[in-house]
Design a protein around this ligand. Structure first.
Ligand code: ADP
Length: 398
């Protein structure tokens, strides 16, 4: 019989889950999966740590399963899966913790109410993140739940890095740069010493390149700057998000195209980025496999924006000792890593082409002044570790 921790990551159309079992000080992944297409064509898949399928279910296309029913299905599955093991806590990924939640926190009705006040800061994510916490609190009030925030890791940013050049009153009211993907960067910072002690104590830029994409400047393992700001739409172009955009463009669209806030929201979150520029796909694999010049343009723009942000973050750090690639594109695309590194030659980056093709983890040439790594992220394990610690299993390591 082992202590079990479930990690939930609830989004607008899917709920992802992972089940970890405590084995002494370690947390071992036992099963993971998701229910996706909650309002279109729901599909549940669960896989063991060896990748073998453990359970699967599809609902007919057009079924609006919804979050509550999906959560129930998931909990039923986990109940049978747990058998003799004991569920000791549930950890949740929550996108926004603003200034009040600088670290993971045990959830109760008061904490949920406080987090609900942050919904306007992340309207597309926060309500979905909170829904399962509320549902579980009602169904199993004794079950410890811990919220872990994508913003917390960046609270070490100096004030100046969090500031917009807006009137002070707006800054005081919370209109500032928060930064996101913090659980991914925190995980990378936690394992970097095992790969590269010098980089871990020095100046590193980590690139989280997934469907969402951002970059983070780490000084001695602490976040000092990042490309995402008030919301997760700033910075790099992403699968469907614009990244940095002159705010004047939005005024123009409202004045001249008659777009309201919701139409602008759709444009900048769902219709732009790799998808908008290429007109083909938000998926990097598809674009890399296409010979359509629009796909090429989208990739060119993506890499160009990374090149510029890398210079900016290196400037914020006052130099650069290492680069770490992570997430879907960062971990799996030698072609994008090669382009980013070529563009960063001026910073002292020299790639080892063979190591890059093999996936690393070290992909820089022996003589490269800047070390380059490709390291898989593990936000779920980070959440499980936090959850275990917060619910009182001090001293545990995953
Ligand atoms: P999410 O942010 O949803 O967790 P991921 O981290 O899984 O997303 O990243 C998804 C992105 O990674 C997609 O653009 C996908 O095309 C890209 N990707 C995954 N594998 C590869 C690969 N082998 N080559 C290029 N891109 C890849």
């Amino acid at each position: 019989m082992a202590d079990a921790i479930v990690v939930l990551n609830a989004g607008s159309s899917s709920i992802k889950f992972s089940l970890f079992l405590a084995r002494g000080a370690e947390l071992a992944l036992d099963v993971r999966g998701q229910i996706e297409g909650l309002y279109t064509a729901p599909r549940f898949v669960a896989k063991g740590r060896d990748g073998a399928q453990r359970s699967e279910k599809s609902w007919p296309p057009g079924t609006k399963l919804g979050h509550d029913a999906a959560l129930r299905h998931l909990l039923d599955f986990l109940q049978t899966e747990l058998a003799d093991d004991r569920l000791v806590g549930v950890g949740h990924r929550v996108v926004h913790g603003a200034l009040d939640f600088r670290e993971p926190v045990r959830m109760d009705a008061a904490a949920i109410a406080q987090l609900e006040k942050l919904v306007p800061l992340a309207p597309l994510h926060q309500p979905h993140n909170l829904a399962p916490i509320r549902a579980l609190l009602a169904a199993a009030p004794e079950l410890p739940q811990v919220a872990c925030f994508d913003t917390s890791f960046h609270r070490t940013n100096p004030e100046i890095a969090q500031r917009f050049a807006l009137p002070a009153e707006l800054h005081e009211a919370g209109v500032r740069r928060y930064g996101f993907h913090g659980l991914s960067y925190e995980y990378i910072a936690s394992v970097l010493p095992q790969y590269d002690a010098e980089a871990a104590s020095g100046r590193t830029v980590a690139l989280h390149l997934g469907n969402g994409a951002s970059m983070c400047a780490l000084a001695g393992g602490r976040s000092v700057a990042s490309t995402m700001g008030f919301t997760a739409v700033d910075g790099l172009p992403m699968g469907t998000r614009t990244g940095a955009l002159d705010p004047g463009v939005i005024l123009y669209l409202m004045d001249e195209r008659g777009m309201d806030a919701r139409a602008v929201e759709r444009l900048i979150y769902n219709e732009s980025g790799l998808l908008g520029v290429s007109g083909i796909s938000s998926d990097m694999r598809t674009l890399l496999g296409s010979d359509d010049p629009r796909a090429q343009l989208a990739i060119d723009l993506y890499c160009y924006r990374i090149r510029r942000e890398l210079g900016s973050l290196a400037a914020a750090l006052g130099g650069l000792d290492a680069i770490v690639f992570t997430a879907g594109i960062g971990e799996n695309s030698p072609a994008i890593r090669a382009r980013v590194c070529r563009d960063a030659a001026w910073l002292g980056v020299e790639l080892d082409a063979a190591a890059n093709a093999q996936g690393g983890p070290r992909i820089s040439a022996a003589g490269s002044r800047v070390a380059v790594w490709s390291i898989p992220t593990n936000e779920e394990l980070m959440i499980a570790r936090h959850t275990r610690r917060v619910i009182g299993k001090a001293g545990a390591r995953g």
